[in-house]
Design a protein around this ligand. Structure first.
Ligand code: SF4
Length: 398
């Protein structure tokens, strides 16, 4: 069965739910207690700024939980209510945030184990409930769970589904999907599983290599050596780069995705001429609004005078990493942390620089008046942002 037909049949199954259970009011209190923050709410209504002694905190004007994440987390809470005694699993994190995943563990929601990057579904049985996360699951995983007789609660963000529809359109029209994303990220794995022929490019530099190949530069051997693990089985660059459409992981750097789209449009124009362009390039629009807003707010924030930035979010969160990249590209001292506990004890911070392991920085806060910019990724609850601000206040008072 092809992926579209499978999706259609799944959507009609009474063991599949993608709309929640109408229990929003029942779970609202638990969500409020676990994730929301009065302090952050008051900053939102007071110009996103807070002053305490020598410290000024400046929040980005768009940050934290996005609509798709709020929806996924609420659906997970509703699922526990709706199935009070069934075994519930998540494949394999609801979102990329350790505190949210820990909350779900305390509600006796189990996580599908991952060994060497491969999910182990061996313990999942018919009748179990399996929640698919906001960034989706592969079509093969959905087929496996469906065949096993599981109840599937699909929290995939509609923005991600939109990308899947885009690559399915490419497939139907015999275009190769060039996916701007991280080849091992769950969302990109899922998107690839819905595509026909595909090639994943990490950034503009990789896209340029592909463009060069289309224009006759570079050898087939070195091309395949570079992209062997980032393309569909049997990919042939001479056959499969003649008609291309671009799609993206929704949390990539928006400006880079746009540049990659323009690059391929120019490349096909150069290779085939304007009259033939529509037969060789499909335009796209799969950038998620929330990612765009958070990145735009970050660009505005880093234009202000800041002594340092704290970027909060899971270390495996792609959208958080891109916020950190924006700060680093402006030469700002910026610290990516996943939990408030990374700050202290004393005037120190344990943070993750781009592309390397965690390291300790001491002293963290400089002497004198300080202006600290703060933002957080789409998977980070306000409660975590509040705890970081409280630690900064304590440290600045020491
Ligand atoms: S970042 Fe965008 S695509 Fe991802 S869950 Fe949030 S709204 Fe959806």
């Amino acid at each position: 069965m092809d992926t579209r037909a499978f999706k259609r049949s799944l959507h009609h199954s009474d063991r599949y739910n993608r709309r929640g259970f109408g229990l929003g009011d029942e779970v609202a209190g638990s969500l409020q207690t676990a994730y929301q923050s009065d302090l952050v709410a008051s900053l939102r209504t007071n110009g996103y700024e807070l002053r305490r002694g020598r410290l000024t905190v400046r929040l980005a004007e768009a940050f934290g939980f996005c609509w798709g994440v709020e929806r996924a987390v609420a659906m997970a809470y509703e699922t526990r209510r709706h199935y009070p005694s069934e075994r519930i699993w998540i494949t394999n994190e609801i979102i990329h945030n350790p505190s949210v995943n820990d909350h779900l563990r305390t509600m006796n929601v189990q996580f599908i184990p991952v060994e060497g990057g491969v999910k182990d579904f061996s313990e999942v049985e018919g009748g179990d409930v399996v929640i698919l996360p906001a960034f989706g699951a592969t079509v093969q995983e959905m087929q496996l769970l469906n065949e096993r007789g599981c109840h599937i609660v699909d929290t995939t963000c509609p923005w991600v589904s939109k990308v899947w529809n885009t690559v399915e359109k490419h497939k139907k029209q015999a275009f190769t999907s060039i996916i701007h994303g991280k080849v091992k990220h769950e969302e990109t794995l899922a998107t690839s599983s819905f595509a026909g022929t595909y090639l994943v490019v990490l950034d503009l530099a990789e896209a340029q290599l592909v463009s060069d190949y289309i224009l006759g530069k570079g050898s087939r051997e070195s091309f395949m050596a570079r992209f062997a693990s980032a393309c569909s089985p049997g990919f042939d660059p001479d056959r499969d780069l003649v008609r291309v459409g671009v799609a993206n992981q929704t949390t990539m750097l928006k400006s880079e995705t746009e540049d990659i789209g323009k690059l391929f449009e120019r490349t096909m124009l150069q290779r085939y001429g304007p009259a033939e362009l529509n037969d060789h390039f499909l335009a796209f629009n799969t950038i998620c609004d929330a990612t765009q807003e958070r990145q735009d707010a970050m660009f505005a924030l880093v234009d202000e005078p800041l002594d340092l930035m704290v970027v909060i979010g899971g270390y495996n969160s792609s959208n958080t990493t891109h916020l950190q990249e924006i700060a680093v590209s402006r030469g700002i001292r910026s610290f990516h942390i996943d939990t408030p506990e990374r700050i202290g004890p004393g005037n120190r911070i344990t943070h993750k620089p781009l592309g390397s392991d965690r390291e300790l920085e001491e002293p963290f806060l400089p002497a004198g008046t300080i202006r600290v910019g703060i933002t957080s990724g789409a998977s980070t609850p306000d409660r975590i942002v509040e705890a970081v601000i409280e630690r900064l206040i304590e440290l600045s008072e020491d």
